[in-house]
Design a binder for this molecule. Structure first.
Ligand code: CS2
Length: 494
């Protein structure tokens, strides 16, 4: 049996999507599908994976269809959002990406390339000119970085001049502005006046709306494939598991029209920045704390980790006392209800969201989540102990000091900075020195936090506590410092 779409598919694609991972397939594709059902139009999607063939090959073998399995603790429901009209791998045809961005038939380019995909240097706070791929893209030839592809595509489009919008759907603060800044920096780096015409085209006809995306999407497992096959009555090699909750807040500034994404529940608002800040700190920042402390406590999944009493209290504490005060809430949001809903979402045991997945790529994710709230607290003379604990947990997982074994869940976390950090850890005398070198010299969390000696020392001390006395002792230390009563945990009870 073959997979069958729930409704007929669009004939043409006006959207080019870069980053054909699970998140896109369970999020923007689902909203676009709802928009097409409600409003019609040519808003099919051409999906581009950056390097891996897995999803692209499976999509072609399955008539460009796949299943989204919406998993709550008591039910699993399936849908087949048939919106893709084609799929390919950018690494196999970077010139095709450029040609499609130049094609006036494409009206929106959406991006889920992860925090890693923007070629941004936290040390210089601009386009990373030390990155070999960026340098090669600037020299010419088929571009391989996302920013290079966007810039070269827009350069080719400028001749025709058809308006277009570039919509980032990654967990970055002000993701639209950030993307625009990097594309402009790329164009400004081109020799002589080569980029000038394209920069003028950007001024006239290209918008970069910001958007806040939210849906927990774990990695697909063999068990899910088996389950989907029996529920669907057809084999699907690439089903996507997702939680029932989903949200998309978008700035309504599209240069060449857009799908009626509100039909799928998207919110068009001028307050995207506030939504983004709330989500990236309260959800993602707390997620990171749960992931690192959970992995160090032997928890394979987020629900298992947040079910550990002291981690639960640390998570509540960081969310309420260290993230929430740093946020300007969007109008009408009830922050207590938002917090409770987040804890319900974290506790979804049926989803199987792994600590190693959330802990992956901390070197780029954490700098979106922690520096600003940490700096704000420090500017008021307060030490953000639980944010410091998150960083100590991260360092202990990714750059363990000699003699410390963070366990298998930490070992399963991948991180572009792992090798660099491991090299520092292997020669660091203690946690303080490690923290000082990672933050103060490498500027892993930007340049401003690099100057906060008291914070760096606190991270170092907690890292030493994790190594010498274990993660429980470090959590208790931070909870005591923030004045949270140490209620007896189960193993301490008589
Ligand atoms: C998670 C996110 O992996 C992570 O870092 O915090 O992927 C999170 O699940 C999503 O942003 C939820 O929208």
């Amino acid at each position: 049996m073959r997979i069958i779409a729930d409704h007929p598919r669009p004939q043409r694609a006006c959207i080019l999507h870069l980053g054909l991972g699970s998140f896109h397939r369970a999020h923007q594709a689902v909203y676009t599908y709802a928009a097409l059902q409600a409003d019609g139009g040519d808003w099919g999607i051409v999906g581009v994976a950056s390097r891996s063939r897995t999803v692209v090959d499976a999509m072609h073998a399955q008539g460009l269809l796949y299943t989204v399995a919406t998993i709550s603790p008591d039910t699993t429901s399936l849908s087949v959002p048939g919106v893709h009209t084609d799929a390919y791998v950018a690494a196999d045809g970077p010139e095709r990406v450029v040609a499609q961005i130049a094609d006036p038939g494409i009206r929106i380019v959406t991006l889920t390339v992860t925090e890693n995909g923007y070629s941004y240097s936290p040390a210089t706070q601009r386009l990373d000119l030390d990155d070999e791929t960026v340098r090669a893209d600037l020299r010419g030839g088929a571009p391989r970085s996302t920013i290079g592809q966007l810039a070269r595509g827009l350069q080719a489009r400028a001749a025709d001049g058809a308006p277009i919008s570039i919509l980032s759907c990654d967990n970055l603060a002000a993701n639209g502005k950030h993307t625009e800044k990097l594309v402009r920096e790329f164009l400004q780096e081109l020799p002589g006046t080569e980029g000038a015409e394209t920069l003028a085209f950007l001024d006239r006809s290209v918008t970069f709306p910001s958007s806040m995306v939210d849906r927990i999407v774990p990695a697909t497992t063999p068990e899910l494939r088996t389950r989907v096959a029996s529920l669907l009555g057809a084999r699907d090699d690439i089903p996507v598991p997702a939680e029932p909750f989903t949200m998309w807040a978008i700035e309504d500034s599209f240069a060449a029209g857009r799908p009626a994404w509100e039909a799928g529940g998207a919110v068009f608002t001028d307050e995207v920045g506030r939504y983004e800040q709330m989500k990236v700190r309260m959800l993602n920042g707390t997620h990171s704390l749960i992931a690192y402390l959970g992995a160090l406590s032997g928890a394979a999944t987020i629900p298992a980790a947040v079910g550990i009493d002291r981690i639960h209290r640390a998570a509540r504490g960081i969310m309420r006392d260290e993230y929430e005060p740093s946020i300007e809430l969007p109008s009408g949001v009830d922050v207590r209800a938002y917090e409770d809903e987040l804890f319900e979402r974290f506790a979804n045991t049926a989803l199987g969201h792994r600590t190693s997945q959330v802990g992956t790529d901390g070197s780029v994710k954490l700098r979106q989540r922690i520096p600003e709230p940490a700096l704000l607290a420090l500017s008021h003379g307060e030490m953000p102990h639980l944010i410091a604990l998150t960083v100590a947990g991260y360092l202990s997982c990714i750059a363990p000091l000699p003699g410390f074994d963070p366990g298998l869940h930490a070992a399963a976390m991948t991180d572009a900075a792992r090798e660099r950090l491991a090299a520092l850890a292997s020669t660091a005398r203690d946690g303080r020195e490690l923290a000082r070198r990672v933050m103060g010299e490498l500027h892993l969390f930007g340049t401003e936090l690099a100057e906060q000696d008291a914070f760096i020392d606190r991270v170092g001390a907690l890292t030493d506590t994790i190594r010498r006395q274990g993660v429980d002792a470090a959590i208790d230390d931070a909870l005591t410092a923030v004045g949270s009563p140490l209620t007896p945990t189960k193993e301490m009870q008589p």
